[in-house]
Design a protein around this ligand. Structure first.
Ligand SMILES: *Cc1c(COP(=O)(O)O)cnc(C)c1O
Length: 495
């Protein structure tokens, strides 16, 4: 009844004119915490009024209005108007087991009833974190058996900055402080993590990077190495690490950090020569290697960890996202025996931790997520079946006149948009405009794809079936056609 009245009010008046009291009463009277099933325009008004969004231009949002997503099932999400979208991004690269797995909800409920919270500071532990650490250690390379927990990938990389410096200091090498990363890397959005990242747009806001972070060039062959064979280019970009270490002095360098495949930077897949050379350089110069596995971990590349796929041996792996398939916020750092044993032998407190480090509910949910990945052999299925099928279809997109390169590794793919296939030229438009046009067309067609500049990228749930891959590719092709037409109307010539 109240709801009906409210809707009527909505039609005639606008939300901001309604007093807070009426608004509070509305929720109380409804006796429900759900605001689903309200008109979308109503939800959008309130959202615009009260919610500051991450990575969003609010001036633009005001004209476009936020999409209101209310439900997910498998590889699909649904908006408040009942429209279905194939979520080719797994949310933000995280819903590896797909939406709607009730097992995770049940585990969360049970854990909340039993022990909703307790901390792991000051010599305390609890069963969910003990089980989860043991399980992760069993999946990680055999010389990596210790996990430090956080609630996100950003926090985990904050931990890594402090951990590697603490490690070197505790063995009498306090000058080893500098961490080398890559331009266009993404390692999170907090001060330290964004400093590790190499996004100039992020550095320019807030005076980043913090001291003792250095950047070298990324192994982005399509964008930066076209005149070279990929193998030569990959090796050359890796050698930049050695030059940087020599310039800084290895006695001052603590670690190198990299994503096995750069995600947010636009699914940058390094040439095969890149990682082996990075490994050699880290080993020879006594530099710790941090593999940021926040996206590549938990099956995304058809292995439990992306470093396995590239045969690298990291000292630390950053994890988050797929660790819980996004069902709970949890992240962490998997640490090598070498580092863990050193900390144990040297003693002294690591003055670092988060209230929610190893949150019991998040830990229990992550454990259940890993159980599902493991028992349903989802990672093996990605490696042996789905990623191969997806790759075969993905590479056919190279035939589309709008595509300069379609590249893919495991369940991460990118399409480089270009008006001139043979030269792979950029558009005579502001960078990113063609990408944004294409993204909007995809969404209209029921497909969530992300645009990074003029690259279109995917990272679908790992449980995607062959028929859903077919649907994905059909939707992409259709959207590319429409995008090409749209761009032609803007005066872009294709050849
Ligand atoms: C998303 C991401 C992060 C940051 O994780 P948050 O949970 O958003 O803090 C770090 N590293 C990589 C590679 C990521 O993709």
């Amino acid at each position: 009844m109240v709801e009906q009245e409210f809707v009527e009010l909505l039609v005639v008046g606008s939300i901001p004119t309604l007093g807070t009291t009426l608004w509070d009463n509305f929720f109380m009277d409804l006796n429900t915490s759900k605001i689903n099933n309200k008109p979308t325009s109503f939800l959008q008004e309130l959202d615009l009024e009260h919610h500051l969004h991450p990575f969003t231009d609010h001036k633009e949002l005001k004209s476009k209005k936020p999409r209101v997503i209310v439900r997910g099932d498998g590889v699909f999400i649904y908006d408040n108007d009942g429209n279905r979208y194939l979520d080719a991004m797994s949310g933000l690269w995280c819903v590896n087991i797909g939406y709607g797995r009730k097992e995770l909800a049940l585990v969360a409920k049970k854990q909340m009833e039993e022990l909703p919270y307790y901390n792991t500071f000051f010599q305390t532990s609890h069963p969910p974190v003990i089980e989860l650490s043991t399980k992760i250690a069993s999946l990680a390379p055999k010389d990596m058996n210790t996990i430090f927990f956080s609630s996100s990938g950003s926090e985990a990389n904050e931990t890594n900055i402090r951990l590697v410096r603490h490690y070197w200091a505790s063995i009498g090498k306090p000058s080893k402080k500098i961490i080398i990363s890559r331009r266009n890397a993404y390692h999170g959005s907090s001060m330290g993590a964004a400093s590790l990242g190499g996004m100039s747009s992020m550095h320019s806001q807030g005076g980043l990077p913090i001291p003792n972070i250095e950047h070298i060039n990324q192994p982005y062959w399509y964008g930066e190495g076209k005149n070279q064979a990929p193998e030569d280019f990959g090796k050359q970009r890796a050698l930049e690490l050695e030059e940087k270490i020599n310039e800084l002095g290895s006695e001052n360098v603590a670690a190198f950090i990299g994503e096995p495949v750069q995600g947010a930077g636009g699914v940058i897949i390094p040439p095969d020569t890149y990682w082996p050379e990075i490994q050699r350089i880290c080993d020879e110069h006594n530099i710790l290697l941090i593999s940021d596995e926040v996206i590549c971990g938990f099956g995304r590349l058809g292995f439990w960890f992306g470093s396995e796929s590239f045969k690298i041996k990291p000292d630390i792996m950053t994890i988050a996202k797929g660790l819980s398939s996004g069902y709970q916020p949890i992240g962490g750092s998997i640490i090598s025996n070498k580092i863990a044993e050193t900390l144990e032998q040297e003693g002294g407190e690591f003055n670092h931790g988060y209230t929610y480090s190893a949150h019991p509910v998040a830990a229990a949910v992550a454990l259940e997520n890993i159980r599902i990945l493991d028992e349903e052999k989802i990672v093996e299925k990605v490696q042996n079946t789905t990623s191969k099928y997806l790759e075969e279809k993905w590479l056919l997109l190279n035939d589309h006149p709008l595509i300069g390169e379609a590249r893919i590794k495991g369940m991460m793919g990118a399409l480089e948009l270009t008006p001139e296939k043979s030269k792979r030229s950029p558009f005579p438009l502001p960078e990113g405009e063609a990408g944004m046009i294409t993204r909007e067309i995809c969404i209209k067609n029921g497909l969530i794809m992300r645009a990074v500049g003029d690259k279109m990228i995917i990272s679908p749930p790992l449980i995607i079936e062959k028929n859903e891959i077919d649907e994905l590719i059909d939707l992409i092709w259709k959207s590319l056609e429409e995008s090409k037409n749209h761009l032609e109307k803007l005066g872009i010539a294709f050849n």
